[in-house]
Design a protein around this ligand. Structure first.
Ligand code: CAA
Length: 258
């Protein structure tokens, strides 16, 4: 598949990178950009050679939000009937772990897209915010829900009502991001983390991602029941036999991903 707004990279074994590449608009997410991102994520998700995906932008901007120029003349009905925003659920359906490698601006839809990923590795220059209120609208790709769950109500309210931008250090302290590195190394560190995850048994990785995501959606009892089913399912894999035998025989496991 050929893309115009994103770049595809495979920097390490098992690691696929989707890089937003719209520098003249600070990677603003118009319909074409998001379609290409979701198509590329789907392609990596189906590719047996890939075990972990990184979604990133440039050092200057992960993404400065949904494309304001595209939305400026759009009315409610067109938004509701169009596919551009409902399509964002395609990101949630990716079964392999996705790491957002974030540097510079992660605003509005950019922040929301990073939060839809499973982990965030940030550069020291990253700035997270939901400035939609300045445009007379509200976050529309999960900001009110995911940011609140990630950092708590008080900070989320300030970010969304008063356009407070969180620095990388603040985002780390608030639990929004996993790690922060200098801008020169954050991407390489994200690749190292992705390579580690890609080397793990794929079925267990998939079952873990699936169960952890349920923690935000189910009651504790339902979530524990869900986890138990995934746990039992893991006992049906060849990797479970190999992993336990390798431990007992004091040797590294050879995963078959079956
Ligand atoms: N949409 C469209 N174009 C954008 C954009 C966006 N979200 N963000 C930046 N750009 C464009 C600018 O219009 C500018 O283009 P021109 O050179 O053609 O004028 C170019 O990118 C560079 O931007 P600036 O000159 O503004 O760069 P700066 O360094 O002075 O400021 C910034 C950077 C603070 C990120 C500023 O660009 C900005 O505030 N951007 C908008 C951020 C925003 O409001 N995002 C939320 C969008 S709504 C949304 O995302 C809804 C949702 O929930 C899904």
């Amino acid at each position: 598949m050929t893309y115009e707004m994103i770049l595809i990279e495979t920097p390490a074994p098992g690691v696929g990178v989707v890089r937003v590449n719209r520098p003249d608009a600070l990677n603003a997410l118009n319909g074409q950009v998001t379609r290409e991102i979701f198509d590329a994520l789907d392609t990596f998700d189906r590719d047996d050679a890939i075990g972990c995906i990184i979604l990133t932008g440039s050092d200057k901007a992960f993404a400065a939000g949904a494309d304001i120029k595209q939305m400026a003349n759009t009315d409610a009905v067109t938004m509701m009937m169009g596919k551009d925003f409902t399509d964002w659920t395609r990101l949630r359906r990716v079964t392999k772990p996705i790491i957002a490698a974030v540097s510079g601006w992660a605003l509005g839809g950019g922040c929301e897209m990073a939060m839809m990923c499973d982990m965030i590795v940030a550069s020291e220059t990253a700035k997270f915010g939901q400035p939609e209120v300045n445009l007379g609208i509200i976050p529309g790709a999960g900001g009110t829900q995911r940011l609140t769950r990630a950092v708590g109500k008080a900070v989320a309210m300030e970010v969304m009502l008063a356009d407070r931008r969180l620095t990388a250090a603040e985002a780390l302290g608030a639990g929004l991001v996993n790690r922060v590195y200098p801008v020169e190394t954050y991407f390489a560190e994200a690749v190292k983390l992705a390579e580690k995850i890609a080397s793990q048994p794929r079925i267990a990785v998939r079952l873990i991602k699936d169960a952890v995501n349920k923690a935000h959606e189910l009651s504790l009892t339902e979530g524990l029941d869900y986890e138990k089913r995934n746990f039992y399912l893991a006992f049906g894999t060849e990797d479970k036999t190999e992993g336990m035998n390798a431990f007992i025989e004091k040797r590294p496991p050879q995963w078959k991903n079956r």
